[in-house]
Ligand binder design. Sequence first.
Ligand code: SF4
Length: 481
Amino acid sequence: MNEYKSLPNEDSKCIDLTSCDSGSDTNCNGSFGEIYIPESKKHFAVINPSKMCQPMGAVQALLGIDGAMPLIHGSQGCSTYLRFQMCRHFREPVNISSTSMSESTVVYGGEENLLKALETIWREYKPKLIGVTSSCLTETIGDDMNLIIRKFRSEHSDEELPLIIPISTPSYSGSHVDGYDKTIKSLLENMALQNQANDKINIVPGNISPADVREIKEILELMECSSIILTDNSESLDAPHTGSVSFLPPAGTKINEIIDSANSKASISLCKHANSGAKFLEKRFDVKSISGPLPVGLKNTDKFISAICQIKNCELPEKLEKDRGRLIDTIIDAHPYNYQRKVAIYGDPDVVSGLAGFTAELGMMPAVVCTGAESIRFLDDMKEVAKESGSKPAVMQGCDLYDLQNYIKDNPVDLLIGNSYGARIANEENIPLFRVGFPIYDRMGAQRNPIVGYSAGIRLVDTLANMILEKYYDASGGEIE
Ligand code: SF4
């Protein structure tokens, strides 16, 4: 077992899991490698964090709803930060409203601000739905958003109001992944209604790109499977240029679809960390729930497709069968260049798990994986990857990119895979970086490049193999064969 030699502090732990058979105990020994778990006093600060705050995920989910307006109950900076981050990634105008809390409202409570904000948004922008997310500030002072929203409704009981959904997103706990998950659950808790059964499958995509959602929709269309996407950002966050600007998402999941989700045959959450909404539908309305994995690569896409085939009692369409065959062919073609290449992968837990599984399929070694979230499901996923691939990845969760860079300094890798925040590590350590995840602000096309499904897998293999060729073969004269 490799020693993790560069622990910044002796309180940090490096744990060998070489004989563990339980996914719930991180302090046991197991057969798949080591885990480095930092203790809370390891850092006086987080350096280059690998996660964002809960409202970020909440807003991403809300912007996938046709005519919805996100309202952050907090100070203006929250809304500015989220808009800035999303605009530079999606390269679309993003509108997020704010209750604009100030010193006095922090002392006396934000009721007046929230009431005024709801009134203004309703009258000025006429949204179909307002998703009210809390922030670290309003959670700390203890504003009761449910009570304030009830007061607003009772003050306007004789008028037709938009749907107003309160979403608790305290930013000092969890991450943007939890914010997304809580938003989907809140929408379903407040809106889903059971009446006549439909023939649809609910899909909860999680924090994935518009291109990925489009890819999933195309697969479902090929399989003649009608669906409800909870929520669909494929048009709103990657919109065609029309010459007109809308303050609200002009497309996305319809309100009626969210209501109708209680009548679907089943729900599939592509991300295991975004399955609370589907679990709620299962518990309340008996809609079968299936969780992940994110369909990245061959096996994970197989699992997604076979889940649909089982629910719909259908066969794999010829087009998908051919795409699958081409992906296998591409994996074989690229194998000599990918084989045993060590990769470091960081980002959201489901994206990291999916990519770790995929790189293992390519013959690469997922040498270290890092996520800012802390999750038993992530550990279980990594155990599975390790078992299937025979590799021994170092698993860093609840960690930042400073931890990752320290690890890489002592345990070099051939390739970095993650968002733009790893660019500095790539430069300093002289490792190529394949940009994937959120945010990507120093390259074009993040919203247009899918990673899910067989076809996207083919592009991924080509891109990764070409990066290896460029870095490790071209410099030596390019003699490959
Ligand atoms: S961490 Fe808190 S203050 Fe910062 S953007 Fe998120 S909600 Fe706002």
